[in-house]
Write a protein that binds this ligand. Sequence first.
Ligand code: PMV
Length: 367
Amino acid sequence: MFSINDFIPSTYLNSIETGQFQWSAPSNIALVKYWGKKGQQIPANPSVSFTLNNCKTITKLAFAKKDISTALNVTDSGFSFDLLFEGKPKEDFKPKIQKFFERIEVYLPFLKEYHFTIDTQNTFPHSSGIASSASGMAALAMNLMSLEKALRPEMTEDYFYQKASFLARLGSGSACRSVKGEVVVWGHQANITGSTDLYGVEYPHVIHDNFKDFQDTILLVDKGEKQVSSTLGHDLMHGHPFAEQRFAQAHENLDKLKVIFENGNVDEFIKVVESEALTLHAMMMTSMPYFILMKPNTLQIINAIWKFRSETQIPVCFTLDAGSNVHVLYPYAVKEKVLQFIQDELVGYCQNGQYICDQIGIGAMLL
Ligand code: PMV
């Protein structure tokens, strides 16, 4: 297990003038939710997620060593980068990257020596309400680690991925779960070996075949801007009347999931996952100020899933992230039946009938 100090490099022996890398990183969907944080993206409770496969960000990072005397685009603090989204300059993403660079500079001391061109795109539709911060920050972190590896080729693969997750976490908490592995735990949990608040780790214990190839069909209920950002939502857990019980419950649910992952009990899995989703939204509704991110159609879908499940005994359930879209989770074995149900009964609740079929994936990839 690495500590923070392991991520602060000493001098680099290699040097490199120019080059580029390209990585894709997926989105992920939490089963036990992260909601509430301390300090620099230290989670108030541990979380676990399925890594997705199709919803991803693809980011190309080109870099060129700055000629200090003629450097253009040098911002006040000395970082120099251009940001392109789908090939076009995107000024409004820049402050987030600037802040990310400021946070990670101590861990990547070469950042100010280069001019970067960050060229990024998502595989999912623009403003679909699917958060791109997890996949986006993970893809950028992978590219930066590729550059660090070029400067320090002796680094181990383990170090490469764990530091990538550590950096991604500093960009956006849940991004640390989008780096490597099908099921990823982030946050210290006593009986999960190697789990830490600093980065996500591939779930290290037995996972029953029932959970391999799990499907996630994302129903796009409302594609508008969220009214309350997750940054603000996390903040409202400070002084929240139910915070301590909630954080304790997340630990308990992760313990329950550990047993469920091993014995393959899908009915128990459903109870934990749906309860986590509703608890997340219950925290929002009981914050001060309180807010609701679900929409009427979110509830219509939840009720339709419950009715379908009780009538057919097909093990399909839902989860939610910090928005109104519904993630429909189910084993591969029932895919045809569930997709038929979605077509017949749920598409009408989706904005413009849109949904995205995804499934468990393995993490970031060098392209
Ligand atoms: O990583 P953030 O700060 O966008 O927070 C994500 C929070 C949830 O998606 C609601 C839960 C989670 O664990 O992903």
